[in-house]
Design a protein around this ligand. Sequence first.
Ligand code: GLP
Length: 242
Amino acid sequence: MNKINFIKCPNATIASAKTAEIILATVRNNPQAVLGLATGSTPIETYKMLVRDANQKRISFSQCTTFNLDEYVGLKKADAAQSYRAFMNNQLFGPAHFNLDQTHFPIQWDQPVVANTDYTTYDAHIQAAGGIDVQLLGLGENGHIGFNEPGSSLTSLTRQVHLDAQTIKNNARFFKAINDVPTTAVSMGLQSILQARKIVLLALTPNKLSAINHLRTAQTFNRQWPCTALINHPDTTVIWVE
Ligand code: GLP
């Protein structure tokens, strides 16, 4: 059975405001909340709303702990600005006054991958912090969440992943040339994501509609559309714009 709560919004601003409100309510309820965070163009407006509230002193994120979903591996120094760490520092952590010591990524952007590294220490770290209270997700055109590409297993934990050709093509807009886009990343797995107590997935653009339709109609997990892992989660909201 598909347990997801779908909220269709007339535009991206309303969808972002609803998403921001879910995060704000979590932090109001518990100023020490553990937030699971996403990158990409989708959450930018939501993050702006969180920044605005923090600067108006309506909320404080200073006691929150955060775990980002994923980070590229093998970025050139010249592309440091494209690291997900840089994105989060610029879009949210700096301007909304998070404590940077409490913000975590599964790998540092300039850290080389060492063969046979067990990245599930990230999952253990999340659990040791009390588990994620609310996990924000974007959506890949191919249905990926985090960097869990089609074919990902429902039991996957944090690991090194290879990016799909379509993902590399979609993310090339942020780089000088398509060859500069990293081909691997370290990402939380589907199981890592499903352990969050609350999940909110945001999809704002028409290229996500096919993935959204698979999500709306799914009755079982379909490996080809990794987002369908969410259908059995007890508290997932999908906020989308048609
Ligand atoms: C990236 C990220 C995802 C993100 C997705 C969509 O590859 N790893 O976490 O949700 O792509 O990106 P955008 O929001 O720019 O469409």
